[in-house]
Ligand binder design. Structure first.
Ligand code: AMP
Ligand code: ZN
Length: 470
């Protein structure tokens, strides 16, 4: 298995620290609003990478944090006249709802900054004792010059950073590149007691602390969006490696941006669409599929047309699976026939399965892996019909579902479960067939129309009735 490591700027073989185990840390969102589709990208791509490791037999310890105290949360809390924890709790719940609807597996641990203050203070203390950090009037800074390897992730050199910096030197700082580990309390702001007075942690320290607490001093994979490479991940490396005297993460993985008109989607620019709003137009599974149609490191352009195209593509897979389910329910033959056994289809599917794995082994190329699934859909559509045996159809279904599950792309979305279940659809189709047999065409049409109203379209084909979601 090869993955692209931002730290070494090349694809490397994945060699875990412990056999068949993966310790993985993914930076989570700052919870002051609904997540937008750009934030959904790391959720979906690193969940897929996790699923692939699991498919390969690895035991994955997956940690993703919530930044539940920061300037933006405090500002929103002040605007609404509530405590910051009210804002954070609300948007953690909303982010969890979106993640679940996007079929993102729950992390092994999902820690929150405000619950890790003790450990944060301890790490800062260690850094001060070791002269990697210093305090000035209640603010603690990390001394970037104390870490010789500072800049190794982003490829930035300290001298260049200092010259390039347009920010006026903060009087308190020793070096322009030094960053805050602990900031003193401002009037009316939430704060915790510390050896440096009341205050709260800077942003970067939380991830070093949580990764250590939940995964250990050395981890396999650290991931997030590419905007986090500098300064966030660079600073995490400095903190962790100075504190623990060990290399921090072996592999650094970064997803590319979701752009609008070639500009990064972001809250501050206002050019964003929340996952929640997009989900009013297309189901959540389409959003997940849209994200996985591109390679995780490549930029993706968001547009409604692209989303519609993803919906159409995903429908091809869904329709194939719905059709097989329908055929299974109506097949009169239990066991695989000799004729079916002699077909090349399983051999051909195996060839595409091998290619699927090769593509995923090559830095998680989900885009090409999806192409393999389409090839399998084509194969299945060419052999499955109303004369097929249940066993044959079930085997085909198992093949395609095993690959769809790796990518997490076929699942019952919340909207679907709310609207109508597969069992209910099958029942209504059977009722309609019965009505037709009894020449009660009025009832047959009524059933078809009521299904249409609920977003289910029926087609009478030579292989029987096939249904799809609109
Ligand atoms: P934030 O809440 O801004 O810290 O972002 C949470 C996660 O979303 C981080 O991993 C970011 O790198 C990622 N992210 C933010 N905006 C985008 C975007 N437009 N495209 C892809 N990833 C993004
Ligand atoms: Zn982080």
């Amino acid at each position: 298995m090869k993955l692209y490591n931002t730290l070494t700027r090349q694809k490397e073989n994945f060699i875990p620290l412990e056999e068949k185990k993966v310790k993985m840390y993914v930076c989570g969102p700052t919870v002051y609003d609904f997540i937008h589709i750009g934030n959904a990208r790391p959720y979906v791509v690193f969940d897929t990478i996790r699923r692939y490791f699991e498919y390969k037999g690895y035991d994955v310890n997956y940690v993703q944090n919530f930044t539940d105290v920061d300037d933006k949360i405090i500002k929103r809390a002040n605007d609404e006249g509530v405590e910051p924890s009210v804002i954070a709790d609300r948007y953690i719940q909303e982010a969890l709802k979106d993640a679940k609807a996007l079929n993102v597996k729950e992390p092994t641990y999902a820690p929150r900054v405000t619950q890790e203050i003790k450990e944060i203070i301890e790490m800062i203390q260690t850094l001060i004792e070791q002269k990697n950090a210093y305090e000035v009037d209640g603010t603690v800074f990390f001394d970037t010059k104390s870490f010789k390897e500072y800049g190794k992730l982003s490829g930035k050199k300290l001298d260049e950073l200092e010259i390039g910096s347009r920010i006026k030197l903060d009087e308190a700082k020793k070096n322009e590149t030094d960053f805050v580990l602990w900031k003193p309390k401002k009037d009316g702001e939430i704060a915790w007691t510390s050896p440096w007075g009341e205050g709260r942690p800077g942003w970067h320290i939380e991830c070093s602390v949580m990764a250590k607490k939940y995964l250990g001093e050395e981890i396999d994979i650290h991931a997030g969006g590419e905007d986090l490479i500098f300064p966030h991940h660079e600073n995490e490396i400095a903190q962790s490696e100075c504190c623990n005297h060990k290399p921090f993460a072996k592999y650094w993985l970064h997803n590319g941006f979701i752009n609008i008109d070639n500009e990064k989607m972001s809250k501050s620019k206002g050019n964003f669409f929340t996952v929640r709003d997009i989900a009013k137009e297309v189901p959540y599974d389409v959003i997940r599929f849209f994200i996985l149609c591109g390679h995780y490191r490549a930029p993706i352009n968001f547009s409604r047309e692209a989303m519609e195209a993803s919906k159409k593509s995903l429908d091809r897979i869904k329709n194939c699976v719905n059709n097989i389910n329908h055929l299974i329910n109506n097949s009169k033959i239990e066991n695989m026939t000799d004729e079916e056994k002699n077909l090349d289809v399983f051999k051909n599917i195996q060839t595409y399965k091998n290619t699927f794995e090769e593509e995923m082994d090559n830095d998680f190329n989900t885009s090409n892996a999806i192409t393999c699934i389409f090839e399998i859909v084509r194969l299945i559509n060419s052999v499955a019909n109303d004369k097929s045996s249940k066993e044959f159809l079930q085997s085909l279904l198992n093949e395609i579902m095993s690959l769809c599950n790796v990518l997490g792309i076929l699942y019952k979305t919340e909207q679907e479960t709310l609207n109508i279940s597969e069992e209910e659809i099958e029942e209504l189709i059977a009722k309609r067939q019965e009505a037709k047999k009894n020449k009660d065409y009025k009832l047959a049409d009524e059933i078809r129309d009521s299904l249409k109203e609920r977003g289910i379209v029926l087609r009478d084909t030579s292989a029987g009735v096939v249904w799809s979601r609109e």
